[in-house]
Design a binder for this molecule. Structure first.
Ligand SMILES: [Zn+2]
Length: 569
């Protein structure tokens, strides 16, 4: 063989090896270059399939048809709220371990309600971009007394933390969401989080993460992408006949949000309207802005460009807000899913171009499900559904009688932030009463209320006299001694509070019932083989699966089990 033919063979071999390497998905011994963890806020497990008719190619269908789709995944904790679910996804464990027992809890040391990720030590990096209490519609956001945010209240490690530790800080870790808690949760303690400020119409962060913004964030914000929606409206993606709810746009139980209305098209309004950015978050626009920011992040931070796995978490918030305002079974929810599907397809196509889907392990799930709106159930002849009137539980005759029995004239209930009632411990002690007995007596009275399914005291949770039911187990998994209240209140199925601090909404999640615990889990990319799995699994399994797949140790509190279909076993 002469010199030239030997070089020729080497070149051919080189090209063939190159082709083989780029065409082959992640295989044994290799790591994905990117882990993309998508959370769709309030995506109930049935919704993508139910609204299949309005989906296109490359979004949900890519995940459902080319990936591993678990369609029987349920949370096992009782309080199915946003921070609880997000942190459970991030840590692979229950609130009893990770400590995030609710969006809001009563801090006994401070004697006030606190917002889950508020932290006075780490102010917002953009002064004045904090929650505007005059226009904020999310009542939990208003509980924060400071603008600072950090993950310091999360008590166990996240998968993203484990990546940071395992790869000695070389793994790039980011999380993005419209909601601060949607990003801070998944970035963990070691990653970096960005979220949308409705006040500024910009993505912001706190001093926990940065001393100053990266250039690309300043540039993105200076472009003012939110303003592109001014004077425009949310329109249907398809013709009405394509939708399950095409003939049912205007229903009187939907929330008629100021200037937004109950029917298509929903106007965003003028850029200087006080509710302009809020309306963006109540529509697919919030997710589109999140997508645009995530793409800029991927590109500028060079995610997935080397052999060390990077991690990007994106939490899409619109599905939750649309559900609260219009309900899960509405034309708005259906079109929101259709548009979220386009947003996902856009994100996957972008990642395919920049990193390659074969080098990217994607997982999509949700932080909780959604109930049906009572009015919608009534239309179907299901009458046992209503809103719960919270008008001061403390002043009801039953509680008043109890207080008389105990010789208490003052407020016995220190705070009630559903699902927890916090009693006035000082008062109980001062009157020489037994805390456990008072709790038990109040729980027994609450049980008599119309619409209350169960009320259990925290002291009873610590005894073995409790019945071993799905409900009691889920409440135990939600119990943290420093943050949980004295009594956990569970409403009957299809009964919930719909007063958002004055704004009457169509539906509220947060129950331990199946519609609120039910979420999809979809893994795709990285050469995974398509599968539909009906076996009962939990969202806590996700962090455990990612850890096993990436061969890093599991987060410190993980109770999940690695999913074998993803591990290829
Ligand atoms: Zn949520």
């Amino acid at each position: 063989m002469n010199r030239y033919s030997s070089i020729f063979i080497e070149v051919i071999a080189f090209v063939l090896i190159g082709l083989f390497l780029t065409a082959s998905p992640v295989s044994a011994g290799q790591q994905p270059k990117l882990v993309l963890q998508i959370t769709v806020d309030a995506l109930r497990g049935d919704l993508p399939d139910r609204y299949n008719n309005v989906l296109g190619e490359g979004g949900f269908r890519y995940l459902m048809e080319k990936g591993v789709h678990y369609n029987n995944a349920h949370y096992q904790h009782a309080n199915t709220e946003t921070i609880v679910g997000h942190v459970s996804l991030a840590t692979g464990t229950v609130p009893a371990a990770h400590g995030m027992v609710g969006n809001v809890w009563f801090d006994r040391e401070q004697g006030r309600l606190v917002y889950n990720i508020e932290d006075p030590e780490y102010r917002l990096l953009t002064p004045g971009a904090d929650v505007d209490k005059k226009t904020e519609i999310d009542p939990t956001q208003k509980a924060a007394s400071v603008d600072g945010r950090s993950p310091n209240n999360i008590l166990t490690s996240t998968l993203s933390d484990e990546l940071a530790v395992h790869f000695a800080g070389q793994s790039k870790i980011f999380a993005v969401s419209v909601k601060d808690r949607g990003a801070v949760s998944l970035a963990g303690h070691a990653g970096k989080a960005f979220w949308f400020s409705k006040k500024g119409g910009e993505f912001v962060t706190s001093t926990y993460y940065y001393d100053q913004y990266p250039d690309w964030v300043n540039k993105w914000n200076a472009r003012k992408p939110a303003l592109a929606y001014a004077d425009k409206s949310w329109q249907l993606l398809h013709s009405p006949s394509k939708y399950l709810f095409g003939n049912a746009d205007d229903r009187d139980y939907e929330t008629d949000f100021p200037g937004f209305g109950r029917t298509f098209p929903h106007a965003y309004g003028k850029a200087d309207d006080k509710y302009f950015t809020t309306r963006l978050t109540l529509s697919p626009a919030g997710d589109e802005l999140t997508l645009d920011f995530a793409k800029a992040l991927l590109e500028n931070e060079q995610l997935g460009q080397d052999e060390i796995p990077d991690y990007l978490a994106v939490s899409f918030s619109s599905t939750d807000y649309v559900g609260h305002i219009f309900g899960a079974s509405s034309l708005e929810s259906e079109d929101n899913i259709a548009r979220l599907d386009r947003t996902l397809a856009d994100l996957f196509a972008f990642i395919d171009k920049k990193v390659g889907l074969e080098n990217t392990l994607i997982v999509l799930s949700a932080d909780h499900g959604q109930p049906e709106v009572p009015g919608h159930l009534h239309e179907r002849g299901i009458d046992k559904a209503h809103y719960f009137d919270t008008e001061s539980l403390d002043k009801t005759p039953a509680i008043t009688a109890l207080k008389k029995q105990f010789g208490i004239g003052e407020e016995l209930i220190e705070a009630y932030h559903h699902p927890y009632l916090y009693l006035n411990h000082d008062l109980i002690r001062a009157k020489g009463l037994d805390q456990a007995e008072v709790e038990k007596a109040i729980a027994a009275e609450l049980l008599k209320f119309d619409g209350v399914a169960y009320a259990v005291s925290s002291s009873a949770l610590g005894t073995d006299s409790l019945p071993d039911t799905l409900l009691t187990r889920s409440i135990l998994r939600n119990f943290h001694s420093k943050r949980s209240g004295d009594i956990y209140l569970v409403f009957e199925p299809n009964v919930f509070i719909n007063d958002f601090d004055g704004l009457i909404v169509a539906s509220t999640h947060g129950s331990p019932w199946r519609y609120d615990t039910y979420v999809p889990i979809m893994f795709a990319g990285a050469g995974l083989k398509a599968a539909k799995v009906n076996r009962a699994v939990t969202p806590y399994d996700i962090a455990a699966t990612l850890a096993a797949y990436l061969r890093v140790k599991p987060p410190s509190g993980t109770v999940g089990t690695p999913l074998l279909e993803v591990l290829g076993e």
